[in-house]
Design a protein around this ligand. Structure first.
Ligand code: NAD
Length: 370
């Protein structure tokens, strides 16, 4: 296969470069063993970019992100940039990427690897085999709605206010992502809002129902209030396949679902944008965790969240499901063999470095590909 797929790798700060170094080994392995080749370009983002260029992402890097078939990001941030002006803080690089790539659908899988079932705070029978995908609307809703502000009313009462607003195209495009995903998974979508108390919730439900009837009637659609969804996630999480929800509820519910799996070092994510004229969907993949300054530079971070983000990239940007499956199966086998980084360490297991975790994963991939 020719190297016509372009990948922009942005390791970022803190543990970002350490975990990304392990991903680069997986990328090379895919080229060597599966004929899956990428034109890889690596660049700076976050504090590293600020130190080099005085901005959390340079215009050239931003353009490279817009031009790439997919972006893989490590993490940004760290205390050394606390004093930097807000518009140049490491997080500004991430926000610019999300905004200019128009990444409106955030995909957060909550999957429990069988060997880590004990890491969850929930009982094993509640979480074993868990495989949920949360699709959160990422660029609209109350975090962006106008008007917003803090002011004083004519009678002297002080108030703060935000505005939850969604247009029908905003709901439709994220709902399409959820329905399409469901078709490739368990064929079920729970659409989550608060239509019992919010007009925007009534509208959300109406638009999702309309789209379902018009285009996705083969997918099972259920509606659920967000507060009930939070409850059901810890009570009977396996009832869910795909959860579709807005920016605010998705923020809360995806963190709640993530913790069912027990470890931040295991959680990947994807953010998808619109499909362009050439049929290409802009996309950025990144671990859920941050730059972990407390362990940076010590080669102890868990690289699996970023490696699993790369497997999502193969699956969702390139349709390489079998290659993604291979990485995920290898990760499962690796954990089954008792290898652990510090964050997921359990009694009787072998504690290894970030580098060894990456090398051990390649060995498991070799075995599966043999
Ligand atoms: P964090 O996710 O970086 O770390 C939280 C805790 O989890 C730490 O104890 C850390 O050591 C541990 N941890 C995280 N990832 C791990 C991994 N792969 N392996 C082992 N342990 C891991 O969150 P934080 O401490 O709140 O934030 C640190 C910095 O990261 C801040 O500057 C914050 O702004 C930034 N941040 C960036 C992103 C991002 O780039 N998307 C996300 C969250 C936080």
């Amino acid at each position: 296969m020719s190297a016509n797929k372009t990948l922009l790798v942005l390791p970022g700060d803190g543990i970002g470069p350490e975990v990304m170094a392990q991903v680069r080994k997986v990328v090379d392995w895919m080229d060597r063993r599966r004929g899956v080749s990428f034109d890889v370009r690596e660049d700076l983002v976050g504090g590293a970019a600020y130190d080099a260029h005085g901005a959390a992402i340079s215009d050239a890097t931003m353009q490279a992100a817009l031009d790439a078939d997919a972006v893989l990001l490590g993490a940004v941030g760290g205390p050394q940039w606390d004093g930097v002006a807000r518009e140049h803080r490491p997080e500004a690089g991430l926000l610019r990427l999300r905004k200019e790539m128009d990444l409106f659908a955030n995909l957060r899988p909550a999957m429990v690897f069988a060997p880590l079932v004990g890491a969850s705070t929930l009982k094993p029978e509640i979480v074993s085999g868990l495989d949920i995908m949360i699709v959160r609307e990422l660029t609209g809703g109350v975090y962006f709605g106008q008007p917003r502000g803090i002011d004083t009313l004519p009678d002297g009462t002080r108030r703060g206010f935000d505005n939850q607003t969604y247009t029908h195209p905003e709901i439709e495009r994220v709902a399409e992502v959820a329905f399409e995903l469901a078709r490739k998974r368990g064929n079920k979508v729970h659409s989550v809002e608060k239509s019992n108390v919010m007009e925007s919730g009534i509208f959300w439900r109406r638009e999702v129902t309309r789209l379902h009837g018009e285009t996705y009637a083969d997918v099972t659609l259920e509606h659920m209030y967000a507060d009930n969804c939070a409850m059901q996630l810890v009570r009977r999480p396996k009832q869910f396949d795909v959860i579709l929800t807005d920016n605010l509820f998705g923020d809360l519910l995806s963190d709640c679902a993530a913790m069912l799996t027990g470890s931040l070092g295991m959680l990947p994510s994807a953010s998808l944008g619109a499909v362009d004229g050439g049929g290409r969907r802009r996309a950025m993949y990144e671990p859920v965790h941050g730059s972990a300054p407390d362990i940076a530079g010590r080669d102890v971070a868990n690289p699996l969240a970023t490696i699993l983000s790369f497997s999502m990239l193969l699956r969702y940007s390139f349709g390489l499901g079998a290659d993604a499956d291979l990485i995920e199966q290898a990760a499962n086998n690796l954990l089954q063999s008792g290898i652990r980084t510090a964050d997921i360490m359990q009694d009787g297991m072998a504690r290894v470095s970030c580098t060894t975790m990456g090398d051990s994963l390649l060995r498991e991939m070799d075995k599966l590909a043999a």
